[in-house]
Design a protein around this ligand. Structure first.
Ligand code: FMN
Length: 163
């Protein structure tokens, strides 16, 4: 396992988690899954209202505790989120606000349903002004059969040596 690489993400219906696991298989990084302390309501309309309110007010949810030692020592953070209302899901916003990512490189990865990565890169950069935030890995739903190839191509594009 590569200790410099942390793959932290929030996923509501599993797609972002799937992408995280493929990133792990390529990079050897450590996976850290983010959970809100209070799960979102099951009713889609009620959930959407809550999400919209959290995004608008920037009052992000409390999270279940995570092991912060991995965060402190990583150099590269793959930060995963579904595209929610064109931006990052509030639990990832909480995570990024709770810890310092100064001088680290953040590589966002986004699962979407047609809206691509929205303003994810800019929104992460606002929360983490002292990190270098790359363009996002943008994946439609779970990426299908070519996900491994999509991620390898992206990493080569940003200058990583990938077999
Ligand atoms: C509250 C909510 C808002 C969403 N907003 C968008 C959106 O603005 N654009 C988009 O392309 N997909 C949107 N989606 C769809 C998700 O981004 C998509 O289903 C994604 O693959 C889910 O990833 P997950 O399985 O990791 O949760 C939204 C889904 C939810 C639940």
């Amino acid at each position: 396992m590569c200790k410099e690489i942390l793959i932290a993400g929030y996923s509501n219906s599993g797609n972002t988690n799937h992408i995280a696991r493929v990133i792990q298989s390529i990079t050897g990084g450590k996976i850290l899954e983010i959970f809100p302390a209070q799960p979102y309501p099951r009713d889609e309309q009620i959930m959407l209202k809550q999400v919209e309110s959290e995004i608008k007010s920037k009052k992000y949810p409390a999270l279940l505790p995570v092991c912060s030692c991995y965060i402190k020592y990583c150099k590269y953070l793959f930060a995963g989120t579904p595209n929610w209302c064109g931006t990052i899901a509030p639990p990832l916003a909480s995570f990024l606000k709770n810890y310092s990512f100064t001088q680290k490189t953040i590589i966002p990865f986004v699962s979407h349903d047609g809206g691509n990565a929205g303003t994810v890169r800019e929104d992460i950069q606002k929360i983490c002004p002292h990190a270098e935030v790359t363009e996002p890995i943008c994946v439609y739903k779970d990426g299908g059969d070519t996900l491994d190839e999509q991620i390898k191509d992206f990493l080569k594009h940003i200058g990583w040596e990938i077999k």
